[in-house]
Ligand binder design. Structure first.
Ligand SMILES: Cc1cc2nc3c(=O)[nH]c(=O)nc-3n(C[C@H](O)[C@H](O)[C@H](O)COP(=O)(O)O)c2cc1C
Length: 286
């Protein structure tokens, strides 16, 4: 079932799909409560007969709500506030093993990814923020210098407004925006950061494969309740990262990603961007 809700930040209407099992549980629950009331009104014997069913019905409703919480709690929106709780190594190994099955053109599997955690991550954070504060301009390995036009520019502005709106930052407040932006290079205090790299010569063909791999990886993560934020920002100052991780010269950092368990209490994690309706993006023919 598709349901609409109005995004409180951007005012856009977003559609969400309710899994049918939740609806089923709710249906069973509401029917059960109706039968319960009917039984009470009619006579006590009927009520006693039904009471065990009522319990199982209430249990079904409870499970339905738990399932709802699970589905929405592990949704795949960007997360930028994390708990100080590393993901256990065996879970990481399982996720990365499954992500190896991502498809790629001619099965070339161009992804070379670096996961940095713990004290190594903190040391890298210091190197990156040093590079950022040095005042040198970004020198990404790939062409990130795009200037969005038309509707793309509108959507870019809107997503920034949603994000900064969730932090209570006005459009005119450049200083607070900059402070929020800098959090990209401190990995939003996530317990892990990941760099997606590939051979530079692969260009657009490699980038397509990398995107598919990255989304496969993060869907697997969300299944395990792990949140993440993709970050083009982490490809902007590649030199200190490449030196720190011994990444060969022929290879480039396409983008990065901070990840870990979401801080459910953080208001910034409630920012919700809208999506255009499918008839804007999809043509069904035939
Ligand atoms: C390739 C890519 C690069 C991104 N770079 C950044 C970034 O540098 N910093 C950031 O905060 N979000 C970044 N994002 C997150 C997007 O802004 C976000 O996915 C988009 O606004 C939609 O919001 P949602 O992920 O919450 O649905 C990036 C996303 C992608 C796919």
């Amino acid at each position: 079932m598709v349901q609409k809700y109005d995004c409180t930040h951007c005012g856009h209407t977003t559609t969400i799909t309710l899994p049918s099992s939740i609806l089923f549980n709710l249906f069973v629950g509401i029917s059960g409560i109706a039968v319960f009331i009917y039984g009470c009104l009619k006579n006590k014997a009927f009520f006693i007969l039904l009471s065990s069913d009522i319990l199982s019905t209430l249990a079904a409703v409870f499970l339905g709500f738990l399932f709802t919480l699970y589905v929405f709690g592990s949704s795949i929106v960007s997360i930028i506030a994390f708990l100080d709780k590393p993901v256990p190594e065996e879970i990481l190994k399982k996720i990365f093993t499954a992500a190896q099955l991502a498809p790629s053109n001619c099965n070339v599997q161009p992804w070379q990814v670096y996961v940095v955690s713990g004290s190594q991550k903190d040391a890298l954070k210091d190197k990156l923020t040093e590079a950022l504060m040095s005042g040198n301009p970004p020198n990404p390995d790939f062409d990130w210098g795009i200037r969005y036009e038309g509707i793309h520019r509108d959507r870019q502005f809107e997503s920034a407004n949603v994000l900064y709106g969730s932090m209570g930052i006005e459009r005119s407040d450049k200083e607070s925006r900059m402070t929020a932006l800098i959090r990209n290079w401190t990995f939003f205090d996530a317990p892990h950061v990941l760099f997606f790299t590939m051979e530079k010569y692969l260009n657009i063909m490699g980038a397509v494969d990398m995107g598919i791999y990255a989304q496969t990886l993060t869907l697997l993560m969300s299944e395990k309740g792990i949140g993440r934020c993709f970050q083009g920002a982490l490809g902007q100052f590649p030199d200190p990262v490449k030196a720190f991780l011994n990444i060969p010269d022929g290879r480039g950092i396409l983008f990065g990603m901070s990840f870990g368990y979401a801080d459910e209490k953080a208001v910034v994690n409630t920012a919700r961007t809208g999506r255009v309706p499918i008839d804007t993006s999809v043509v069904f023919s035939g």
